[in-house]
Design a protein around this ligand. Structure first.
Ligand code: UD1
Length: 416
């Protein structure tokens, strides 16, 4: 069990570099299954979820080598099309292998995915789309058995703009003869990044970033060298950390347009924010104002992956804030831990009412999931006294040694 130990109260100042996006790296790793040749991924941050995905690829027979943050993946010869429960259950992204395995090998047996407990997280949209594109899918004993048969349709409509389903279907179609039009696609920057990666390998994908994506299947994909986009959720978390601590920070390798929903909110709370091609700077006011209301939604709306962090922010801003969670139905598990720190939060089903306090206090708390864990770290930075955050391994799924970057900015934080 990993623990973080924080002595709150320090103002964050200085510069940090944002890592590559976890949610871009994970589908890109699944996309490697489609490629006959070596893929080199530069700046492949070793998040624990990324390492878990590498283990999945190795179990399929892929050659995977990591040299610091350079990852080489060669799926030229795959020896298996099955992903065990043991490998699939720690991560959500294991389901991303289904489309690529069916496309490349024609068959797949994949155990149900795991991931953070933030709701039911069904995979019906993934499976319905694959069925409509001619796959036989059977769910039995905790596994999804898939077989690629004859294509039935050239168009699919996703019933919700699911990020994972959009990615799975794009990857399946990349090697499917003929042209497929996918309607009601998710528009997240990580989808554009996946399409850019696959296109660099020789795929023909158009429209990523809009709600209609067209994929013209090719016979084969070839290796390439790629670097994923910066992590907009890590970036957002650090912007919020800077704001909450009254700090002045510069984030390098950060794309402001990917975080526009958050940046607009922070500006209304009194933060001065400037940005250029690959940086964002933030200067916080002495006393933060509340943002009044935030509603999570699909991109370009306010990201659900920043909802717990913005609740921590609201806990120390001046006034009352309302937070509506519209994407996942059970994403307030962490609130009980913030209450232990003296935060004033009421929540019912998908709504949180947060009253900002002048002071919150350090406590012994437990991370309940990745982003919920990040919200506890943020609260601990401004809490009076010491906070111990237990189960910090959740945080490591999507932040690479968060304590090192925060310490560089002046926080008193260490791993114990
Ligand atoms: C991805 C991200 C996750 C982020 C989420 C929403 C990765 C590895 N994870 O997760 O960090 O929080 O996008 O931005 O990229 N749904 C269904 N049926 C399906 C699929 C989804 O009902 O088949 C529902 C989900 O339960 C949820 C909503 O759709 O309520 C959004 O899910 P989705 O966009 O698929 O999220 P993920 O791909 O799981």
């Amino acid at each position: 069990m990993e623990k973080l130990f924080v002595n709150g109260g320090n103002r964050l100042c200085g510069e940090v570099k944002i890592d590559s996006a976890k949610n871009a790296l994970l589908p890109i790793l699944a996309g490697c299954i489609l490629v006959e040749g070596k893929v080199v991924i530069k700046k492949a941050t070793a998040y624990t979820d990324v390492e878990a995905m590498c283990d999945i690829l190795k179990s399929l027979g892929a050659q995977v080598n990591r040299k610091k943050d350079l990852l080489e993946i060669d799926c030229s010869s795959l020896s298996a099309c099955e992903i065990s429960h043991q490998l699939a259950s720690p991560v959500r992204s294991s389901i991303f292998t289904l489309g690529p395995l069916l496309a490349r090998l024609g068959r797949a047996k994949v155990a149900y995915p795991g991931g953070c407990d933030i709701g039911l997280r069904p995979i019906d949209i993934h499976l319905t789309a694959l069925k409509e594109l001619g796959c036989k899918i059977i769910e039995k004993n905790g596994y999804i058995y898939g077989e690629k048969l004859k294509r039935e349709k050239t168009e699919v409509f996703l019933s919700f703009q699911s990020v994972g389903a959009t990615e799975n279907v794009i990857m399946f179609c990349a090697l499917l003869p003929g042209t497929t039009k996918i309607f009601n696609c998710a528009k997240e920057p990580e989808i554009v990044d996946l399409a850019n990666f696959l296109n660099k390998c020789g795929a023909k994908i158009e429209g990523a970033g809009s709600d209609v994506i067209t994929v013209c299947g090719v016979e084969k994909l070839y290796g390439c060298c790629y670097q994923a986009i910066p992590d907009r959720i890590e970036c957002g978390t650090f912007l919020i950390a800077g704001a909450m601590t009254g700090g002045e920070i510069l984030l390098k390798n950060a794309i402001a347009s990917h975080n526009s929903a958050l940046i607009e909110k922070l500006k209304t709370c009194g933060c001065l924010i400037d940005s250029g091609k690959d940086f964002i700077s933030l200067t916080a006011p002495k006393r933060l104002e509340s943002f009044k209301e935030v509603e999570t939604s699909v991109y370009p709306g306010f990201p659900t992956d920043l909802q717990p962090q913005i609740v921590a922010f609201a806990s120390v801003a001046n006034g009352c804030s309302l937070v509506f969670e519209n994407v996942f139905e059970n994403r307030f598990n962490y609130v009980g831990e913030l209450l232990k720190m003296g935060c004033d939060i009421l929540f019912k089903s998908s709504i949180c009412i947060v009253r900002g306090k002048n002071k919150i206090f350090g406590a012994d708390v437990v991370a309940t999931d990745l982003r919920g864990g990040a919200s506890l770290v943020l609260a601990s930075l401004v809490a009076e006294g010491y906070t111990t955050i237990n189960r910090a391994e959740y945080i490591d799924r999507g932040y690479f040694h968060i304590e090192n970057k925060l310490a560089k900015l002046g926080a008193d934080i260490k791993r114990i």
